[in-house]
Design a protein around this ligand. Structure first.
Ligand SMILES: NC(=O)c1ccc[n+]([C@@H]2O[C@H](COP(=O)([O-])OP(=O)(O)OC[C@H]3O[C@@H](n4cnc5c(N)ncnc54)[C@H](O)[C@@H]3O)[C@@H](O)[C@H]2O)c1
Length: 282
């Protein structure tokens, strides 16, 4: 089955946060194509379990690799380990992201530092560490950056998290321009709500040195009251990734998963169009 990957698709997929949720579902997408999968996660047990599951179900080579994307040395070591174990990287999914609730006037500097370091710098470090491996390959190569549908329809009590996801989109758009001449496509993924262990894993990954948080027990309720969700707004991660491969094959800049946030996004687009119209009418 592994030989199948020698065709139109690359051979090795690397996924950060691959131990659970969306990252594990991404692993299934690539393993189903016969690709080897490196499962990188701060939760080593989860990485091992997911890697073993993929190897058992799809018969592909896998490598569980412990990593903390908040630590530049850790992610560099992970890149060396992937190169040694699986031979390189053709698809990189920089997927780790942690949640941080809190009203704008209550979020602490430590709250901001936590999400900026993991979600923004962690994504940047991941790309920096694996770009040499991607560049060493030829043929089908892609980078997938996990943002969030909250970029398309921002809600309340999530300013820190949403700001980091806007940054992930901005980084991805810049990266896409910079790598355009090298045949490495960059796609920003905007998942809607998914049933995962995101809140638990975010709490577990928060460094103990960053004890203080401005998050309050009613933040989640306030967020949901501001942007009510229907049953269609929360899906399994496996459902969320169903169209990703087609978007990657077509080298689409953006990939959406599900959710009813389009009307809110359209308001932004209309407001921006109106701003252009005013400027051009001068
Ligand atoms: N769950 C949702 O509703 C939702 C919605 C939109 C976007 N997202 C985004 O999807 C991505 C995946 O989240 P998920 O919902 O699958 O959550 P998850 O908790 O199931 O998976 C996240 C994984 O990342 C790992 N992780 C956390 N910090 C890490 C670090 N510093 N270094 C390495 N690994 C680390 C965790 O151990 C966990 O296995 C995140 O970027 C998240 O922001 C989630």
């Amino acid at each position: 089955m592994y030989a199948r990957a020698m065709g139109s698709l690359g051979k090795v997929a690397v996924i950060t946060g691959g131990g659970s949720g969306l990252g594990a579902a991404l692993g299934q997408v690539f393993a189903a194509e016969g690709m080897a999968v490196a499962v990188l996660d701060i939760d080593e047990a989860a990485a091992r379990q997911t890697a073993a599951g993929l190897a058992g179900e799809f018969g592909v080579p896998t490598a569980p690799v412990p990593v903390d994307v908040g630590d530049a040395g850790s992610i560099m070591a992970a890149a060396h380990r992937v190169e040694a174990d699986l031979g390189g990287c053709d698809v990189l999914c920089a997927n780790v992201g942690v949640q941080q609730f809190g009203a704008v006037d209550r979020l602490t500097d430590d709250d901001w530092r936590f999400v900026l370091d993991v979600n923004v710098l962690g994504t940047v470090r991941t790309v920096r560490a694996f770009l040499p491996l991607l560049r060493a390959r030829t043929g089908w190569r892609r980078i997938v950056l996990t943002a969030s549908s909250s970029v398309l329809a921002p809600g309340v009590r999530m300013a820190a998290y949403q700001t980091t996801k806007f940054a992930v989109m901005g980084f991805g758009e810049t990266l896409r321009e910079e790598l355009a001449g090298e045949g490495i496509g960059v796609t920003v993924l905007f998942p809607g709500g998914m049933i995962t262990r995101h809140l638990e894993s975010s709490a577990a990954a928060r460094p103990t040195a960053l004890a203080s948080t401005g998050a309050q027990p009613d933040d989640l309720d306030a967020m949901l009251a501001h942007r009510p969700m229907t049953e269609h707004d929360v899906v399994t991660p496996e459902h969320a990734v169903r169209n990703l491969l087609a978007d990657l094959r077509a080298d689409e800049p953006y990939s959406l998963t599900h959710g009813s946030h389009r009307p809110v996004y359209e308001q932004r687009r209309a407001a921006m169009d109106a701003a252009f119209d005013r400027m051009e009418a001068e």
